[in-house]
Design a protein around this ligand. Structure first.
Ligand SMILES: [Zn+2]
Length: 202
């Protein structure tokens, strides 16, 4: 998907309809800065805004993402490419999530085994200490790897404005979290809240 092309397309359709950035933003209940961002190609509209935007501009989501009006023949081909790229992304996200879970399980088993060996089997103190240090390093590396994989699998969605984003690693690590939500600051509206995790792109 070409954000610049989509941005120019939005700008030209908006002008054709005699709308200003502010009046388009107003109809979508968003800030005109967001509209300006799309038109500069600095970001695509949120999934939740795509349908209402397309309705106003009288185009299909597919045309929005392709950045041009499509004929019937183009339409079918382009729909397939768009769907395939979503399917591919979902597949990769699921794979990363699975790898993250596997990595977590292997880490837990390795760290538990090392701890049991270091605690219950007779050995010189130096080796015992070395094993415990090794267990700690394994735990840190394993948790780090699992987190790196997980942060890249899918998106977090802002509860306030619905914007979807992938957080920076440092914000991700800091954020208080439950199994399905994490406290993050939305890059779109700047509000901090419990953002829900979405693995599947719809
Ligand atoms: Zn937000």
């Amino acid at each position: 998907m070409d954000q610049i092309k989509t941005g120019r397309f939005i700008a030209s359709l908006r002008k054709d309809k005699g709308l200003t950035q502010a009046s388009l933003a107003n109809r979508l209940d968003i800030s005109d800065k967001t509209v300006s961002k799309w038109e500069r190609g600095a970001g695509l509209p949120d999934v939740s805004l795509m349908l209402p935007l397309c309705e106003i501009l009288e185009i299909s989501v597919n045309e929005l993402l392709t950045g041009e009006k499509l004929t019937d023949a183009d339409y079918k081909k382009s729909a397939e490419v768009t769907i395939m790229s979503l399917v591919q992304e979902n597949k990769e996200n699921k794979k990363r999530m699975l790898q993250s879970v596997m990595c977590g399980i292997i880490t837990i088993i390795a760290v538990c085994s090392l701890t049991v060996i270091a605690s219950y089997i007779e050995m010189p103190v130096a080796i015992r200490i070395a094993l415990i240090i090794f267990a700690v390093i394994t735990a840190v590396a394993g948790v780090g790897t699992a987190a790196t994989l997980e942060v890249k699998a899918g998106y977090y969605q802002c509860p306030k404005c619905g914007h979807r984003f992938v957080p920076a690693m440092k914000d991700y690590v800091k954020g208080y979290h439950t199994l399905t939500k994490r406290r993050l600051t939305c890059p779109e509206c700047g509000k901090t809240g419990m953002c829900s995790k979405h693995i599947i792109v719809r």
